[in-house]
Design a protein around this ligand. Structure first.
Ligand code: DGP
Length: 111
């Protein structure tokens, strides 16, 4: 298995897990951009949001992100980011949502 997030899901690579549901896992990003930076991923391999067709899984990912935000004390707000494919800046080819918060974030990069 070569996908790094599949290996994290399988427990073959270490990660700091913060949330888990039947089909979703959340763990801390190895290069945090803010005091809280958690990645929410489907346990089954999906390449990116572009390939996502499973509506139940989409809901579980989104609710998982909200649960992460609540459990991490992000009442003041946070940002949810999905980098998609090459032009979206996606580095890891396994769908993930970034939950980023714990400080006031700057304006969103729009171009
Ligand atoms: P993206 O550009 O959206 O594909 O972001 C990928 C993120 O994944 C990036 O912020 C760093 C993180 N990351 C890469 N490899 C690992 C890893 O082995 N463990 C953890 N926890 N995070 C990783």
């Amino acid at each position: 298995m070569s996908c790094v997030f599949c290996r994290i899901v399988a427990g073959e690579l270490p990660s700091e897990r913060v949330f888990e549901s039947e089909r979703v896992l959340a763990f801390r990003d190895i290069r945090p951009a803010a005091p809280v930076h958690v990645l929410v991923v489907p346990k089954a391999h999906v390449e990116s949001l572009f390939e996502l067709v499973d509506r139940e899984l989409a809901g579980e990912l989104l609710v998982g992100a909200a649960e992460v935000a609540r459990s991490q004390g992000l009442e003041r707000g946070f940002r949810l980011i999905a980098n998609i494919r090459h032009d979206g800046g996606q580095e890891v080819g396994h769908l993930h949502l970034h939950v980023v918060g714990g400080r006031r974030l700057g304006p969103m990069l729009a171009r």
